[in-house]
Design a protein around this ligand. Structure first.
Ligand SMILES: C[S@@+](CC[C@H](N)C(=O)[O-])C[C@H]1O[C@@H](n2cnc3c(N)ncnc32)[C@H](O)[C@@H]1O
Length: 384
């Protein structure tokens, strides 16, 4: 298969990962702990969902009364429109409904709503969800879903991986409160990073390392990934680098990181035992800090830290000044417009890999006279 097709196929599959109930519950609990009324009197939209299977719909429907939600809406995407084609079968639940429509089931999305006690059992819960076919396929970019977005106060989902950028832009342009799952590599995307820098969005507190389990369709080719089957036979894969991206406040972002001075780090931080100093970058007026727990408490200028720093970031403690990826930092912090010809020559002389041209914005370091690159660095400084 040509490479582009393979990439497209991988992307299509990555769109069909289904989130665990426990992962949703932990993250929402963190918001509720900080603000018990975070969902009260709110209309919550769960787009790009699959309400018959989705744990998002289940979680919010089950907690509808406890959270004081005004209205819950969740929408699904028509099977015929999906990039990844599995052996679609309408569920027994759908087939048993009087309004089941053989023609519509594959080509129309569905909308589920919950706002009242429809079965008159005295409580509003999952059994009161009502559904109908959408006019269209449920594409979040359609006028139909845009109007649901505009009606909603809060948008929560795990959107298709291949559409993370347009999906986030779709939320931000409408100025909505949200929490969505994405890959941490999205942090330095040029569309995403400026929002992080301006504290308009941040990472959620409950996924900060390791991998996460996602259910996948029955026909999903389970190769080249860490995978398994639940006791009931449902296949899942383990995905690394997953994070919640949100603008809902939580307690962790107001806890400062405990830090040592540079001198204390050099003496006591075991991770730095092979590092002689906090090396200055060749192309930025900043020093390399290879680990978040090695950020010196007493360095007044810019520091380049790994993107995982954002798992610990408190806006009261630090300012985010830029990123080496895409060169998204003010010119005043650039020593040169990018890596110099001489640095790149030294890098390849030292056995460096990859393709770098003069002007590349990756932060470069000389350590013991050997040229190397510091990948995916965020530039921060202490708040004055
Ligand atoms: C990563 S899955 C997550 C599903 C569910 N939210 C969950 O976490 O369990 C993303 C879903 O979005 C659907 N999708 C793909 N493209 C879409 C689009 N343009 N508009 C709406 N949904 C889409 C996929 O088919 C898939 O069902």
């Amino acid at each position: 298969m040509p490479n582009t097709n393979l990439t497209a196929a991988m992307r299509a599959r990555n769109d069909e990962f289904f989130t665990q109930y426990g992962d949703i519950e932990k993250e929402m609990n963190a918001y509720l702990e900080y603000n018990p009324d975070v969902f009260r009197d709110k209309t919550i939209l769960l787009p790009c969902d699959d309400p018959e299977w989705s744990n998002f719909t289940k979680y919010f429907a089950q907690n509808f009364e406890e959270f004081g939600i005004k209205k819950l809406i969740s929408t699904s995407y028509a099977d015929a429109s999906k990039n990844y084609q599995s052996n679609y079968q309408p569920t027994l639940f759908e087939r048993r409904q009087p309004h089941f429509d053989k023609k519509k089931t594959t080509v129309k999305g569905k909308i589920f709503t919950l706002d009242k006690d429809t079965n008159l059992d005295g409580k509003i819960d999952v059994d009161d969800l009502q559904w109908i076919y959408l006019e269209g396929d449920g594409d979040f970019r359609s006028a139909e879903i845009i109007s649901l977005r505009d009606e909603a106060d809060i948008i929560i989902t795990n959107p298709p991986f291949s559409l993370f950028r347009p999906f986030l832009a779709w939320i931000v342009e409408a100025n909505k409160t949200f929490s969505i799952i994405g890959n941490m590599n999205a942090i330095t995307y040029k569309e995403v990073f400026p929002l992080i820098k301006e504290n308009k969005i941040w990472l959620g507190p409950t996924i900060t390392s390791g991998d996460r389990k996602f259910h996948v369709p029955e026909t999903f080719p389970l190769y080249a990934a860490s995978y398994g089957h639940d006791p009931d036979g449902r296949p899942f894969i383990m995905v690394k680098g997953v994070r919640w991206f949100t603008n809902i406040d939580h307690g962790r972002r107001h806890q400062p990181l405990p830090l040592m001075t540079m001198e204390e780090n050099l003496r006591f931080n075991k991770k730095l035992k092979d590092v002689e100093s906090y090396d200055e970058f060749d192309n930025y007026d900043a020093i390399e800090v290879p680990y978040t727990d090695a950020i010196p408490s007493d360095y007044p200028k810019l520091m380049g830290v790994p993107i995982s720093f954002l798992d610990k970031y408190s806006p009261e403690q630090f300012e985010i000044m830029g990123t080496g990826d895409n060169g998204l930092v003010d010119d005043e912090f650039k020593k040169t417009p990018g890596l110099t010809k001489a640095f790149i020559a030294d890098y390849y002389k030292a056995g460096g890999k990859g393709s770098y041209n003069e002007g590349n914005p990756t932060p470069g370091i000389y350590k013991n006279n050997v040229a190397s690159m510091a990948y995916k660095r965020i530039f921060i400084r202490h708040k004055k």
